[in-house]
Design a binder for this molecule. Structure first.
Ligand code: SPV
Ligand code: MN
Length: 623
């Protein structure tokens, strides 16, 4: 072993911990650990293997250091992030860029040297007085061509405990594999703590070095900024996928049951907090993953895996009526972390849980009582809008067996959905792959939510629900999607959904459970078992098919009046959308494939033709 590396490690690590590292037989990893041990300067270093003893140690540390507090339900704990650390910090998340390399204005970047100097400055001695934990994980199932190994350095036992729930262990796999390079590396520090939360949030940074596959995260605890394997790894994976010819997506993976025991696999991309988790969790179907998927081609088909093995989900509105399965897990013993909820007498409360909120308790603002206000005199809710739960998928009885299948599942349908109050119909099918990639996926917009810091309810462009995580130019990313279906025997069908369409009085037109019907319709379409009506934006369901499905699936009567309102083609809104998207691609972004403009233009012409024939708003019967 390199002498300098050994000296640094010997100073901070016990012999036992050094042995755990050297057993991996990977000098590059050792060097990486030593480099950041020296820079961050923790009091000691603990190496976590896949061993139950090590895992238990981290779980206990989180409690001991009050990063988590035990709740009255056995195995459950609560974690609080600071008042100003309740979502992903898009503003301070930046990619290192080499001068002269143009990625386009949508990608937040910082000059590489400048960024490296800034982050080194912030990391210097940041772990003084703390222990640094080193841990290994595998993204995707182990022993698979999807597997990517990752190493996480952090001073937060909460971060590691969360990762333990959410990701597959990697220590033994790495030892066996003998692979020396290609690891994703994450360096995180919560920084100085005050009342157990990151104090210096002004120095919160998430800096991404795609050339070296390293992400740094400082002065933050919120999981979306700190859990290396989640959105930080997604950013690295998008770049790796681009080089290797596969896709890394912000997508769920699920199985939908069709007639005669047919099983059809879907993936779905929705921006945060737009119904992604609740779609793959619907009654009657099976979940494989709720957030991040890798897609690869094999035997001229597309296969997908869940990169994770758990859910870091939004807890708001989880109640026995709307989300029974999650509710059940959260109300039973098990290894679960809830965050940024209200705690009263050891019990967790959150918004939309169907129970009266206690008048006081502990939450992310410290001691809380009804009427408490923040710095700007705004009332503080008992639980945050973006409060979360962290659970293992295997704790759910609807978890699909294929979760750990190294081959993944064959993808037949891909769904794109945003939060859109006035434009898209609740469900529709693209004409073909290219139309789907351009007019659905690359035209996705969504009204903002609490999952990222900033104002809610503003319409934002978010292609493939992946914009925030893109580490390659947008044009290239779209081209990769266009190319992905080339030469396939079975091209997945691309669908659009919108659970948030409203009538002119601002009332939602769909019920919470209607997505179960939309899924069944899409399943039938894939196998040519339902008809459709051709419209300028794609193909929409026929009333009679939906009426039958509503009866079968939800046991409700679906009226033609509602159908016409929901599936009315809103031409002015759709034309405005095309204008917005067209302009965006024309002005801001480099190297956009010609196909984008051609498909958008085609859609515009179809909409205009229908408008001049019938008018602004066209109900399906008129088509
Ligand atoms: C999301 O907001 O899309 C999430 C949670 O899945 S996180 O990205 O971790 O903030
Ligand atoms: Mn997500």
């Amino acid at each position: 072993m390199d002498k300098k590396v050994l000296n640094i490690l010997t100073e901070k690590c016990s012999q036992e911990n050094i042995k755990k590292l050297s057993d991996l037989n990977n000098p590059e990893l050792m060097k990486f650990v030593a480099e950041y041990t020296e820079l961050c300067n923790p009091d000691s270093v603990f190496v976590r293997t896949d061993d139950a003893k090590d895992i238990g140690y981290i779980r206990n540390r989180a409690i001991e250091l009050k990063e988590e507090m035990a709740l009255s339900i056995k195995g459950q704990t609560v974690h609080f992030d600071g008042m100003k650390d309740q979502g992903r910090d898009a503003k301070n998340t930046k990619f290192f860029m080499v001068k002269g390399v143009e990625f386009g204005s949508h990608i937040h970047s910082i000059d590489r040297e400048k960024g490296a100097a800034e982050i080194r400055g912030l990391l210097k001695n940041i772990m003084l007085g703390k222990q640094m934990y080193v841990s290994f994980f595998c993204l995707g199932p182990v022993n698979s061509d999807f597997s990517i190994y990752a190493v996480q350095l952090t001073d937060s036992a909460y971060v590691l405990h969360s990762e333990e729930i959410l990701y597959r262990p990697g220590y033994e796999a790495i030892k066996k594999d003998g692979r020396e390079k290609g690891f994703f590396k994450f360096v995180h520090s919560a920084g100085e703590l005050e009342n157990n939360v990151s104090k210096n949030v002004d120095d919160r940074r998430v800096f991404i070095n795609i050339n070296e596959n390293i992400v740094y995260s400082t002065n933050t605890q919120y999981a979306g900024n700190t859990i290396g394997l989640k959105k930080l790894a997604l950013r690295l994976a998008i770049n790796k996928a681009d080089k290797e010819g596969w896709l890394a997506e912000h997508m769920f993976v699920m199985k939908v049951h069709g007639p005669k025991n047919r099983k059809t696999y879907f993936t779905g991309a929705y921006p945060s907090s737009c119904g992604k988790t609740s779609t793959c969790m619907v009654e009657g179907e099976n979940i494989i993953g709720d957030d991040i998927a890798y897609l690869r081609k094999r035997n001229n088909k597309i296969f997908a895996v869940n990169v994770e093995r758990g859910i870091f989900g939004i807890i708001k509105d989880v109640n026995p009526d709307d989300d029974f399965k999650i509710w059940n897990v959260l109300n039973n013993p098990g290894e679960i972390i809830v965050s940024n909820v209200l705690i009263k007498d050891g019990k967790a409360y959150w918004q939309g849980d169907g129970r009266p909120a206690p008048k006081d308790g502990d939450n992310f603002s410290g001691k809380w009582n009804k009427g408490k206000t923040d710095d700007s005199e705004k009332p503080i809710n008992h639980a945050h809008n973006n409060a979360r739960y962290t659970i293992r998928l295997s704790d759910l009885d609807n978890c699909d067996k294929s979760l750990e299948n190294p081959e993944g599942v064959p993808v037949r349908g891909i769904i794109y959905g945003g939060r859109d109050s006035d434009t898209w119909v609740p469900v529709f099918q693209s004409f073909d792959w290219d139309h789907g990639v351009v007019c659905l996926a690359s035209s996705l917009e969504s009204e903002t939510t609490a999952a990222t810091l900033g104002r809610e309810g503003v319409r934002k462009f978010n292609l493939m629900a992946n914009l925030e995580f893109l580490s390659i130019p947008i044009g290239k990313y779209i081209q990769n999607h266009l190319d992905f279906a080339k030469g396939l025997d079975l091209i997945p069908i691309i669908f659009g959904v919108n659970y948030f369409i409203k009538d002119k009085n601002g009332r939602y037109l769909s019920g919470m459970h209607d997505k179960r019907v939309w899924l069944k319709w899409m399943e039938l379409r894939i196998h040519n078992d339902a008809g459709a009506i051709t419209t300028p934006i794609g193909m929409i369901p026929r009333y009679n098919d939906l009426k039958r499905l509503f009866k079968e699936v939800l046991k409700t009567d679906y009226s033609e009046l509602l159908y016409n309102e929901q599936f009315k083609i809103r031409i002015p809104e759709n034309l405005q959308k095309i204008e917005r998207i067209f302009e965006l691609y024309e002005s801001n972004v480099i190297d956009i494939p010609e196909m984008v403009f051609a498909k958008l233009d085609g859609q515009r012409k179809r909409l205009e033709a229908l408008k001049s024939k019938i008018g602004d708003y066209v109900i399906p019967d008129q088509l």
